[in-house]
Design a binder for this molecule. Structure first.
Ligand SMILES: Nc1nc2c(ncn2[C@@H]2O[C@H](COP(=O)(O)OP(=O)(O)OP(=O)(O)O)[C@@H](O)[C@H]2O)c(=O)[nH]1
Ligand SMILES: [Mg+2]
Length: 113
């Protein structure tokens, strides 16, 4: 498993991303309460790395987790993810005020579902 799994920062705009050296980012998108944050804890084998809740809407920011200094796991709010996910898949270039719609688009390598 991974040795280093640490919370780095929470952001609300791509401008504040901690990823300055272009590491891969593995981002979990999906509607609220489906278990995105829980999945991050499962993958990293840490119980409390990502905060989870039985109530929808727990994750309200884009949270970066540094994994072995080699890539990031990124947790996003359910509501935010839904909206942007479809925008990304539809190839619509229009970004929001702070350009977050382009956040994944420029980095995206693969989508699994
Ligand atoms: N039955 C079941 N419950 C799960 C599973 N994974 C997570 N949960 C539960 O689902 C609830 C929501 O989990 P979260 O991981 O907080 O969900 P989220 O997708 O991050 O939600 P937001 O932060 O609101 O976007 C919690 O009560 C978890 O314990 C699973 O595999 N099975
Ligand atoms: Mg969450």
């Amino acid at each position: 498993m991974f040795e280093k799994c640490e919370y780095v920062t929470s952001i609300v705009s791509r401008k504040h991303s901690p990823n300055n050296d272009n590491r891969p980012e593995i981002v979990f998108l999906g509607r609220s309460n489906v278990g995105k944050s829980s999945l991050i804890n499962l993958i990293t084998n840490r119980k409390m790395l990502a905060k989870t809740s039985a109530l929808p809407g727990k994750t309200v920011t884009i949270n970066f987790y540094n994994i072995d200094d080699s890539f990031y796991l990124v947790d996003v709010p359910g509501s935010w993810g839904n909206c942007e996910f479809y925008r990304i898949l539809s190839g619509n270039d229009e970004g929001g005020e702070n350009g977050d719609a382009n956040f994944f688009k420029t980095k995206i390598k693969s989508i699994y579902w």
